[in-house]
Design a protein around this ligand. Structure first.
Ligand SMILES: [Fe+2]
Ligand SMILES: [Fe+2]
Length: 181
């Protein structure tokens, strides 16, 4: 699969989790119960799937190769994307921390704030990558670049993610979607 196509598929999975988190925030705001395991699982998914797997493929491989092909890493789309990845990490750290607390009062408000902040940030981030950065990238990457990136992505799957991890997260998303979707 073309590397940017693979990343777009991962975006669709991330968007499903963002949708679940957004619904969970609605429920909390309406004063309804949400299983605390949802936010614990969401933080784990955002750390491992969205950041460790997906953002590794982008930062260490795709963006790095685009910079070798002349795109700036200091200004323009790559710089913006890197900055947004950092902002996202800060939200996820807070979501992970707050998800361990009892979801009432200040902890609940702060959790909603960071969860909503992350959903907004990442939704827009994904749009920019799908519609601007990836098409620009595919224009300047050579055939060989594409093949090497594809291999590099396979390495990330084998060495960083490991077998069965995608399936585990898909199952988790399906479970929350069926409960709160
Ligand atoms: Fe990204
Ligand atoms: Fe992405």
């Amino acid at each position: 699969m073309q590397p940017t196509e693979e990343l777009k598929h991962e975006h669709r999975v991330i968007e499903r989790m963002l949708g679940v988190v957004s619904k969970a925030c609605d429920r909390l705001e309406e004063g309804k119960e949400v299983d605390p395991a949802l936010f614990v699982g969401a933080a784990d998914f955002f750390k491992n799937f969205a950041d460790k797997c997906h953002h590794s493929k982008e930062e260490k491989l795709l963006f790095a190769r685009l910079q070798e092909r002349g795109m700036s890493g200091e200004a323009g789309p790559i710089a913006v994307m890197l900055h947004e990845h950092e902002d996202g990490r800060a939200h996820v750290r807070k979501i992970a921390e707050l998800s361990e607390k009892k979801l009432t009062g200040k902890a609940k408000d702060e959790l909603i704030e960071h969860a909503r902040g992350y959903v907004d940030l990442l939704s827009q981030h994904i749009q920019k990558e799908d519609n601007i950065l990836y098409p620009m990238g595919d224009q300047i990457l050579t055939e060989q670049d594409q093949e090497e990136l594809e291999k590099g992505f396979e390495d990330v799957e084998e060495k960083i993610m490991g077998p069965g991890v995608h399936e585990k997260y898909h199952k988790m998303i399906e479970k929350w979607e069926s409960r709160y979707g």
